[in-house]
Write a protein that binds this ligand. Structure first.
Ligand code: ADP
Length: 547
């Protein structure tokens, strides 16, 4: 127990519960709209008030299915209003919302459902074939609920007793008192993608969720307000869509959910139709949207600001959004184990007079820590490194929405002296701007020095003929490892290896310049849309470097 001052504060002790956000939003912003492109193909719209009513019905329906405090209820769904109802209905009633990534393979999904001991699976009708493959491998799920009306559920499924979500809600009362309980209770569960070994669960508490929602809504971060229309492209099945289902509601923002249609054209049309002002997503999604807008000569009429994170935002992408499309970009960094937002990149007052290019260099960093995420960088021996913008070290974090151990203690003790090692390598400058140079496992070690693959990729992607680039270390008899650049060219563009290597001259130290370039049609991406460097390393491990 921590010591307490003899003078105790005299403020109410109200637990920080997820259901409080919904109750607040309904009471204060009841008429605000939530618009969803549905799996059924149409666009659905209703208000926060209607969200509240249906969410209470869901809480009652879950009780009717025998779900008790602490039970896990899984979802396999795109971004949409029913998924949002699950966010509040499941956690609000004291159960634990377990969002599952539908891009995983059936065996991985079954592993996760069994590990979490989920009792109910709520899923979009389009995932029925996947669920049918998963179901025989599952040992704990008692109820399979299709997030649709009965008319959208195909007959003759191999899963007996498929339940219709709409039927469950219709049969339940909309009267329900949200239970009050300890804010440290678990609210939701999200598994890391497990690029090495089995996925591990990050179990968020009500308290961590609310604190993260408060902090991430602030002007230095997502900057969401009641005048915004927010479209989270970032999926609700991965790290709670960066908390937007919570921060959006507590800010009173209109929410727009894109469902499964995440291509550039569909997103652009939805942005325009609903007057989206703010969005958030990983770089790969923005590629599609930016290409669509530029190729078709269209413009955004309301879209003003976006947060990009999940992997490094290439400077060329930032430039296209800011300079060509007039969209402000905030570069953010975080991870599943951090709820996820840790840092966001915005300027300080003293930067406002700087020339645009200098401002841009600042914005390209991953940014300042949010209050609630303490950071430090250390060397291989654990000694803290200075915040000089040059010393790169292992990045460690701590704070009230950062993991203390994985679900079921998987992987044992994860903290180092009370700090969580992120697995990222970073610099921090004297103003507190953090910049990721690499993931520890992706760093290229050449002749005793570290070469940051992100820098090399950013330079490559600034070349007009390069669409995507990934840089990996290839074993080298003399230097230990040397960089190999794997590149996807822009359609119809010509580019030779020598031309691309010359592009690096003068931009980085000579020994950083990749030894070789391989052109390919596509880079492998994982379930969260990130480039899978481990697969590239396997693919090219015996590649003979040409220099
Ligand atoms: P996983 O990739 O295992 O699913 P996360 O989605 O939690 O896990 O990803 C977290 C990792 O993504 C971070 O540790 C970091 O390596 C990378 N990442 C996230 N945001 C950024 C960013 N803005 N720039 C560079 N890397 C990032």
């Amino acid at each position: 127990m921590l010591p307490m001052s003899p003078v105790v504060g005299r403020m109410m002790e109200v637990p920080l519960l997820v259901s409080n956000i919904l109750a607040f939003a309904e009471r204060n912003f009841g008429a605000v709209e939530i618009v969803s492109r549905r799996v059924e193909g149409d666009v659905h719209r209703y208000t926060y008030r209607e969200l509240g009513g249906r969410t209470r019905r869901l809480a009652n329906a879950l009780g009717g299915l025998g779900i008790a405090m602490g039970d896990r209820v899984a979802t396999l769904a795109w971004n949409g209003y029913r998924h949002l109802e699950a966010y509040y209905g499941v956690s609000g009633s004291g159960a634990v919302l377990h969002t599952v990534n539908p891009r995983l393979h059936a065996e991985q999904i079954a592993y996760i459902l069994n590990h979490a001991e989920d009792k109910v699976l709520l899923f979009d009708a389009c995932f029925l074939p996947l669920v049918e493959a998963v179901a025989p491998l599952c040992t704990t799920v008692e109820h399979w609920v299709v997030l649709a009306g009965r008319e959208h559920i195909p007959a003759g499924s191999s899963i007996p007793n498929l339940l219709s979500y709409e039927e469950l809600l219709a049969a339940a009362s909309d009267q329900y008192e949200w239970p009050q309980f300890d804010e440290r209770s678990a609210a939701s569960l999200c598994y890391t993608s497990g690029t090495t070994g089995n996925p591990k669960g990050a179990l968020y508490s009500h308290r961590s969720t609310i604190l993260h929602a408060y902090a991430s809504a602030l002007p230095n971060a997502l900057n969401v307000s009641a005048t915004d229309t927010v479209l989270p492209v970032v999926p609700m099945f991965h790290v709670n869509a960066w908390g937007i289902p919570y921060s959006g509601l507590l800010s009173g923002a209109k929410l727009v959910f894109p469902g499964p249609q995440l291509d550039g054209k569909s997103l652009y049309e939805l942005f325009e139709a609903e007057g989206v002002t703010f969005s958030a997503g990983v770089p790969t999604v923005w590629l599609g949207l930016i290409n669509y807008v530029l190729q078709n000569g269209v413009k955004f009429s309301t879209f003003r600001r976006t947060v990009i994170g999940g992997s490094a935002c290439p400077p060329a992408m930032m430039a296209a959004l800011i300079d060509k499309l007039g969209v402000e970009v905030c570069h953010a960094w975080g991870m599943t184990e951090m709820s996820p937002v840790g840092t966001t990149g915005v300027l300080m007052a003293k930067h406002l007079q700087l020339p645009p290019q200098e401002q841009r260099a600042i914005l390209q960093k991953q940014g300042h820590a949010l209050f609630g995420c303490d950071m430090k960088i250390v060397d291989d021996l654990g000694e803290e490194l200075p915040w000089d913008g040059a010393s790169a070290g292992h990045l460690l974090v701590r704070g009230p929405w950062i993991i203390s151990s994985y679900f079921k203690q998987e992987g044992g003790e994860v903290l180092e002296d009370g700090w969580f090692p992120t697995g990222d390598v970073a610099t921090i400058d004297p103003d507190g701007y953090m910049q990721i140079t690499d993931r520890s496992k992706d760093v290229i070690k050449s002749g005793g020095e570290w070469i940051g693959s992100i820098d090399l990729e950013n330079i490559a992607m600034a070349h007009p003929a390069v669409l995507q680039a990934a840089c990996i270390g290839i074993a080298h008899p003399k230097w230990d490892e040397r960089p190999l650049l794997v590149v996807v060219k822009r359609p119809g563009m010509d580019l030779s290896k020598d031309e691309l290597l010359r592009w690096f001259e003068g931009k980085v130290a000579k020994f950083w310049i990749p030894d070789d370039v391989v052109f390919t049609d596509a880079l492998p991406t994982g379930a969260t849309g990130k480039i899978q460097k481990n697969r590239l390393r396997e693919q090219f491990h015996s590649h003979a470097l040409s220099s």
